[in-house]
Design a protein around this ligand. Structure first.
Ligand code: PEP
Length: 251
């Protein structure tokens, strides 16, 4: 039985003070509750160190939103995996659709980042998903297959134990449009079958596959009750402690 994982991607929101307020509110909501899932917050880089101190002793885990694929060097404005580790980060989101579209990251770059993250003991959350145009052309599965195959190229079965995949249809991110539970389940099942073919049944059955795309307390239950949906990567709704907690409660 896979334990569900609910992760909040804060994106470029919340300065230090706002981050402190949000984490403290979430901690208060989670205190003394029996929670059936893992909870991850992914604040901006500037809040990671403070967030790490604030979540200490709570069930909340820490993730970053991106990193560079080199160890160090002349890469102005970039952040390395060892820098993330030094803040107390355990997870890192890689290949988010905003990185792919706005910052032109491709599957090869994302694969290099996945390898570097693993080398430094960070657990990648690999984001994949099709655009609206690709869905309408009925090439969703081809796109997802390519993103999985190239994104995980050179990753061993052992290393897969530390990877989460987040299926996030691009047309559902920040748009208020959610994939129906059936649409999401169909792609999640397909992703699991790809992992079974590439690795083994046991690797595919242990893999956590999150859904992302306008998840909110009102739609979380029907999505999270699908057989192959093992959690959620949440954008907008994680910026409010009550709504993020509302999703966590549905796990
Ligand atoms: C995301 O950014 O990964 C995301 C799913 O955003 P939203 O929940 O706002 O659609």
């Amino acid at each position: 039985m896979r334990r569900k994982v609910i992760a909040g991607n804060w994106k470029m929101h919340n300065d230090l003070k706002q981050s402190e307020v949000l984490i403290n509110s979430l901690k208060n909501l989670l205190k003394d509750k029996s929670i059936n899932c893992d909870v991850i917050v992914c604040p901006p880089f500037t809040s990671l160190t403070e967030a790490s101190k604030l979540i200490s002793g709570s069930i909340i885990k820490l993730g970053a939103q991106n990193m560079h694929f080199e160890d160090k060097g002349a890469f102005t404005g970039e952040i390395s995996s060892s820098m993330l580790k030094s803040t107390g980060c355990e997870f890192v989101i890689l290949g988010h659709s905003e990185r792919r579209t706005i910052f032109k990251e491709n599957d090869i770059i994302i694969n290099a980042k996945i390898k570097k993250a693993i080398e430094y003991g960070l657990k990648p959350i690999l984001c994949i998903g099709e655009t609206l145009e690709q869905r309408e052309k009925e090439v969703t599965k081809d796109i997802v297959k390519q993103q999985v195959e190239i994104g995980l190229e050179g990753i061993s079965a052992e290393q897969m134990k530390n990877i989460i995949i987040a299926y996030e249809p691009v047309w559902a991110i920040g748009t208020g449009k959610t994939a129906t539970p059936e649409q999401a389940q169909e792609v999640h099942q397909f992703i699991r079958s790809l992992i079974e073919t590439k690795y083994s049944k046991s690797v595919s059955e242990s893999l956590v596959i999150q859904y992302g795309g306008s998840v909110k307390p009102e739609n979380a239950n029907e999505l999270l009750s699908q057989k192959d949906i093992d959690g959620a990567l949440v954008g907008g709704a994680c910026l409010n402690a009550d709504s993020f907690y509302g999703i966590i409660k549905e796990s």
